[in-house]
Design a protein around this ligand. Structure first.
Ligand SMILES: [Zn+2]
Ligand SMILES: [Zn+2]
Ligand SMILES: [Zn+2]
Ligand SMILES: [Zn+2]
Ligand SMILES: [Zn+2]
Length: 606
């Protein structure tokens, strides 16, 4: 069984899960999870409105764990369906010396239809297109090279093969390039290597939107080409996730629960003044608790909070949530800058329950990097809400038929498939809360110096790009300051991994640019309430050593001189950057390894 955090960060609707019963597809939320009476509102993550605003009013529910579902009286948390359904029997003595590839009509699986042996496993191959469609490989079309099967059953061919168009011989010599597929009826042959290398029409199928057990697949067609791909390839499905931090001078559980819809409605009812004393406020909260709008835990925190804290939280909730992703990001940045200066929560506020954002006062340290004064602030505690909003199938469809195959290419081409679903007039997305820690690095002033690369990024207009290469289409990414900070984030993430014994894949990044100021937050989280690991913040005092180490690979890349010879020009997604120096795991980069340039970080003059 996968955990809610894995569901959000790794799998999700449309992903293929490798289970004991073979590969299975995770259906959409409506088809797999939220059928019947499960109401996402019972699991809503109230975050103080910022994330909701950033998602344009979309709502997040906590991906329920098995235990949570049991409490709600739901036995099977999430249904899945077998996919792909083609199987391969490797009992060569049962079918003329070849493996048998066949479509399994029985969703539960069973013995090979020709030789009756065992419980053959599923094929490794599926096909997918950059619009997000996925289907079985069209083996019939593949073997016959687009023609009809001209064969009549040869004498001696078992009935299971003569009377079933969905059975083919698979003659394997090892690598894909030496595999030959053959129709047992007409003798047509095709190499799997050839088929693998060329584009195929897309059927337009979305298997995740078919309720498990519903029978027929819908294949409306599609204008894009699809490609045959390994079912476990990482580019077959890349989740699109959004993370929000709860930052601010004094964010506590009390502050967060004040911003819930029902609580705000009760506090700020028209024609009534908000509570003016602690007693008044508690009366309102006790009533909300009776109505089931505040949990026992939340009441516990509220009852032991001083009037000062309650009043602060109520005042904070009065403000309407800000709008849009850009505002959310700048809100986070302001919260971090303020905490770096004053600490969070500010002193004297330790009675306000467990803080969700904690920065020790006077813990910011200065350091010099490449002639810039940087400030490093350890963030001891950080709450994140991560929601999965969609996924992409990173398939290079190779529009020119017969064009060369280039796996992993074409991220700008892949369309995001939205996984939200509508319930009670809102659009819902699954999310998960984490607690963790972080390193916030900023500078007092502009870090970008004049260089050819910086000028080139600056003069680049967003018109030359497809809107989905940019986070929320804002194109903050073309600002050379963004590139400078993003490039530093990547170099530092690698150095922390290599020099501090910290898994760099577990470190995530956030890049801030606002006017002339900018910064990065590197953070690590884990699920549950005990997320503080301490490993990342313990590095803060050693930045004088770690930052120069981070520069080593930026100065000299194993891919040089080729890597350094790359120069950004309008329309490009990167300047000088490659897997040898800057590109990190997909889990740690928020920007799909785009918008990186060694020349900008190093002020290369030429
Ligand atoms: Zn068999
Ligand atoms: Zn045939
Ligand atoms: Zn398609
Ligand atoms: Zn490189
Ligand atoms: Zn990145």
């Amino acid at each position: 069984m996968i955990r809610p955090s894995q569901f959000i960060l790794v799998y999700g609707p449309g992903a293929i899960l490798e289970g004991r019963r073979g590969p299975r597809i995770i259906p959409g939320l409506r088809e797999g999870l939220l059928r019947g009476d499960v109401n996402p509102e019972d699991f809503e993550i109230s975050d103080g409105g910022m994330l909701k605003a950033a998602l344009d009013g979309k709502r997040i529910f906590k991906m329920p764990s098995k235990e949570m579902m049991k409490t709600e009286g739901v036995e099977r948390p999430y249904r899945t369906a077998p996919f792909p359904r083609w199987r391969m029997c490797v009992n060569t003595s049962g079918h003329e010396g070849a493996y048998l590839l066949y479509y399994d009509r029985n969703p539960q699986g069973g013995p090979c239809p020709a030789c009756g042996v065992g419980n053959p496993g599923a094929t490794r191959f599926v096909r997918a297109c950059p619009d997000g469609h996925m289907d079985e490989v069209d083996w019939y079309r593949l073997v016959h090279r687009g023609d009809e099967c001209g064969g009549t059953a040869r004498s001696g061919l078992p009935r299971a093969l003569s009377g079933n168009d969905d059975t083919f011989y698979y003659r394997s010599g090892g690598p894909i390039s030496s595999v030959v597929l053959e129709c047992p009826r007409c003798g047509a042959k095709e190499g799997l290597g050839t088929a693998y290398g060329r584009p195929w029409p897309c059927s337009g199928r979305n298997p995740e939107s078919e309720p498990p057990g519903s029978g027929k697949a819908r294949r409306p067609g599609c204008s894009k080409n699809s490609r045959i791909i390994h079912r476990q390839a990482s580019n077959l499905r890349m989740p699109v996730v959004e993370t929000h931090f709860t930052t601010g001078p004094h964010v506590t559980g009390v502050h967060v629960c004040m911003k819930g819809g029902a609580v705000r409605a009760a506090l700020f009812a028209p024609g009534r003044d908000p509570p003016g004393t602690r007693e008044d406020a508690l009366k309102t909260f006790e009533w909300l608790h009776e109505q089931g709008q505040l949990s026992a835990d939340q009441m516990y925190d509220i009852r032991r909070s001083s009037w000062e804290v309650l009043k602060d939280a109520i005042d904070g909730a009065r403000k309407k949530p800000e709008g849009g992703f850009g505002d959310m990001i700048s809100g986070e940045f302001r919260g971090l800058l303020d905490a770096a200066e004053n600490g969070a929560p500010p002193e004297g506020r330790s009675d306000s329950g467990q803080a969700l954002f904690e920065v020790e006062r006077n813990s910011t340290r200065g350091t010099i990097l490449l002639g810039r004064e940087l400030r490093v602030t350890p963030v001891r505690r950080l709450r994140t809400i991560t929601a999965q909003t969609g996924f992409r199938r990173m398939i290079a469809s190779g529009e020119a038929a017969g064009g060369p195959r280039s796996d992993g290419d074409g991220p700008e081409e892949a369309e995001e498939v939205d996984i939200g679903f509508d319930r009670n007039g809102h659009r819902w997305y699954p999310g998960v809360e984490f607690l963790g820690e972080g390193l916030f690095i900023t500078a007092g002033n502009d870090v970008v110096r004049d260089s050819k690369a910086a000028r080139e990024w600056r003069r680049t207009a967003k018109d030359g790009y497809s809107p989905h290469v940019s986070q929320h289409g804002l194109f903050r990414e073309l600002d050379p300051a963004f590139v400078w900070w993003h490039t530093l984030a990547h170099a530092l993430t690698r150095a922390v991994g290599e020099h501090a014994g910290y898994s760099s894949t577990s470190i995530r990044e956030r890049v801030y640019v606002e006017g002339r100021r900018g910064g990065i937050l590197l953070y690590a989280t884990q699920p549950g309430n005990d997320g503080t690991l301490g490993g990342l913040i313990s590095l803060a005092p050693h930045m004088d050593r770690i930052l120069p180490a981070a520069m080593e690979e930026v100065l000299v890349c194993s891919g040089d001189p080729l890597c350094r010879r790359q120069e950004f020009k309008p329309g490009d997604l990167n300047g000088a950057a490659c897997y040898g120096c800057l590109m990190n795991s997909e889990t740690s980069c928020e920007h799909r390894n785009m918008w990186l340039d060694r020349h900008v970080l190093l002020d290369d003059p030429q």
